[in-house]
Every structure is written in structure tokens, then in C-alpha cells.
Write a protein that binds this ligand. Structure first.
Ligand code: UDP
Length: 325
């Protein structure tokens, strides 16, 4: 059974393709390679195309006849979204709207959507449940919220069922070392901390005056292989008739930026230089998620909750020679 995976050449998308193939599905990656990597497409066909290109999309749908779509393709940097919101509204909102319209016109096959905890904004309570108000404080989070709303409307109007998966902070790499995180430019904390350990450079900490245990931001890190597993489960849920819903993917445990750095020092066995800097625009102090609903609906239990494990897998990937990718 073929599954169209938009953004399948990206970090989480490529790990999901591996998990889909392992579960007996045939992933077909649809990616414009603007941020994804051709080398990360290892478990199925690659169709190069843009989610905003309805003609190309329709041709790929007609050619492969997928039973469902897993939609990752998006820009995903909070800081960049604050600096260049047009880019985010154009790609994440307009592109997704075109994709979803084209799917609906093709036939209303189910959609697993890559959403985010950034749709919640500053939480009233942690761990955050799915019923928490969604008040994003940066354009990135708002673009994802808009797509969640579009999906809800498409179900009401056309019976297009979907699962929106609100991830907390994706971390780690493929435990077998086949693929890993490789953004260009890299802005995420964990790969930057590990690069600082590897290269002897400094990592910048954005803000140490938050109302948290040590003043630095707290995030709930979730292993990318656990995220990939949740996508396969969400897909099976939809293919067996499951109703539209939104589910958090999290570990219900938060680590501060300084705790990540301290753990990385142990995992890498190297010193890490730290540089303090002002807060980054758009960052809430603490984001920790409750994923009880994903456990109930999908039977999803994260297997790689420990930060050590996440950093170890990321570190093993980072030390691999680039030529082996
Ligand atoms: N962060 C940091 N230095 C960096 C990159 C990130 O201090 O070089 C902080 C950032 O402010 C946030 C946390 O690390 O509080 C996680 O950021 P990341 O960009 O990895 O993920 P996000 O939470 O934006 O999805």
C-alpha cells in the first residue's frame, strides 16, 4: 500500500519513511528538496515537487494512487518565522491549503499531519493536554494551527479524516545510524550542542532569565524514532476508520537548555563551551506535553524517552563521516 509522504526527505519525514517501510507500507516521498536531503530518501521513490504545485501533485497522486498522505513538508524554524513570516505563511499555509485541496479533489484519503506544540503558545498548565487553548506566539506555530483548522473543516465538509500530531521537541537520530538530523543552516539546540562538543566551539544559550529551574528554557525532547512510530500508528488508526483527532507526542518531562548541555558533556565525554545571549524571539519559557491521548488512541508508548539515549543516537550520527550518507 503506497503512502504519499510530503517532506519525506526531511529530518522527521525520513525517519517516518523508514518506519513506514518496516511496517509494510510503500512510502513515496514528495519533496522540493529546498531543505530536505536527497540522501535521506532510502525507503521508497522520490518525486521532486512543491506542495504549492497543484498540477504536479495531481500527477503524482494519479501515478501512485496512495491510500493516505503523511504531510511533513513545511518550514520549521521558530526564529526564522518571526523574521520572515511571509515565507512561512506562503509555504506552510498556502502550500498546505493547495495540497489539501488537491487531495480532496483527487479523493478524500486520510491525512496524518505534522503539527507542533508551538500551536499552544504560553501554557496555562504543564504537562499541556490537547484541550489546552491554542494561542501561538510565533508565526510558525500559527501556520500549523491554521492547517489544523483547515483539516477540521475539510472533515466536516468532505469527510477527509486526519490526525494532527503535535510534537514537542524532536531529538536523536535513527538508532541504526542510517539517517539523522542535518539541517542547513542548523538552528536546533541538540545538534548545535553536539557540534560544539565535536568541534570545540561554543554553544549560545538564548536567555537565562526565564522563570524556570535554572533560568533557561525547558523543553520536552522526544526521540525521532518514537515520533516515526507514532505516525505509523496514526496511519493505521485512520486506515481502519478512526475519527479525526489531534494528539500530543511528548514524554511529559522537561529538560532545561543547561541540562541538555550538561548531559551532552557526559554523553560525548568532552567539555562544551557556553556563551550567554539574550532571549530568542518567540520562545515560551517551558513546553512539556501530556501524551495520554496518544497512548489511549494509538497504544503509543515512547521507547526512547531518556535524554541520554536521544543524545547518544544524535552523537553517533554526527560523528559519522559525511561521505557515508
Ligand atoms: N536554544 C539555545 N541555543 C541555540 C538553539 C536553541 O539556547 O543555539 C534554545 C531555544 O531558545 C529553545 C530550546 O533551545 O528554548 C530549543 O530550541 P530548538 O531551536 O532546538 O527547538 P524549538 O523549541 O525552537 O522547536
Amino acid at each position: 500500500m503506497k503512502i504519499l509522504v510530503t517532506g519525506g526527505a526531511g529530518y522527521i519525514g525520513s525517519h517516518a519513511c523508514k518506519a513506514l517501510a518496516a511496517a509494510g507500507f510503500e512510502p513515496v516521498t514528495y519533496d522540493n528538496l529546498s531543505r530536505g536531503n536527497r540522501w535521506a530518501v532510502k525507503w521508497g521513490a522520490l518525486e521532486v515537487g512543491d506542495i504549492g504545485d497543484a498540477v504536479r501533485l495531481r500527477a503524482v497522486l494519479d501515478q501512485h494512487q496512495p491510500a493516505a498522505v503523511v504531510h511533513f513538508a513545511a518550514f520549521a524554524y521558530v526564529g526564522e518565522s518571526v523574521e520572515n513570516p511571509n515565507l512561512y505563511y506562503q509555504n506552510n499555509v498556502c502550500g498546505s491549503a493547495t495540497l489539501l485541496r488537491t487531495i480532496t479533489e483527487y479523493k478524500p484519503i486520510p491525512v496524518v499531519f505534522s503539527s507542533t506544540c508551538a500551536t499552544y503558545g504560553i501554557p496555562d498548565q504543564v504537562p499541556i493536554p490537547e484541550g489546552h487553548p491554542q494561542r501561538p506566539i510565533n508565526p510558525y506555530g500559527f501556520t500549523k494551527l491554521v492547517v489544523e483548522r483547515i483539516l477540521a473543516d475539510l472533515d466536516r465538509a468532505y469527510g477527509l479524516r486526519s490526525v494532527s500530531l503535535r510534537y514537542f521537541n524532536a531529538a536523536g537520530g535513527d538508532p541504526d545510524g542510517d539517517i539523522g538530523e542535518a539541517h542547513d543552516p542548523e538552528t536546533h539546540l541538540i545538534p548545535l550542542v553536539l557540534a560544539a562538543a565535536r568541534d570545540g566551539t561554543a554553544v549560545t544559550v538564548f536567555g537565562d532569565d526565564y522563570d524556570t529551574k535554572d533560568g533557561t528554557c525547558v523543553r520536552d525532547y522526544i526521540h525521532v524514532a518514537d515520533l516515526a512510530d507514532a505516525h505509523v500508528r496514526a496511519l493505521k488508526y485512520l486506515l481502519s476508520g478512526g475519527a479525526t483527532c489531534a494528539l500530543n507526542l511528548a514524554n511529559a518531562h522537561g529538560y532545561s537548555v543547561m541540562e541538555v548541555i550538561e548531559t551532552a558533556k557526559r554523553v560525548c565525554g568532552k567539555p562544551i563551551q557556553v556563551k550567554m545571549a539574550p532571549r530568542r524571539a518567540g520562545d515560551p519559557a517551558a513546553l512539556i506535553g501530556s501524551s495520554e491521548r496518544a497512548r489511549e488512541k494509538l497504544g503509543w508508548i515512547p521507547a526512547r524517552s531518556s535524554l541520554e539515549m536521544q543524545l547518544t543516537d544524535a552523537w553517533n550520527w554526527m560523528r559519522k563521516p559525511q561521505s557515508s550518507r
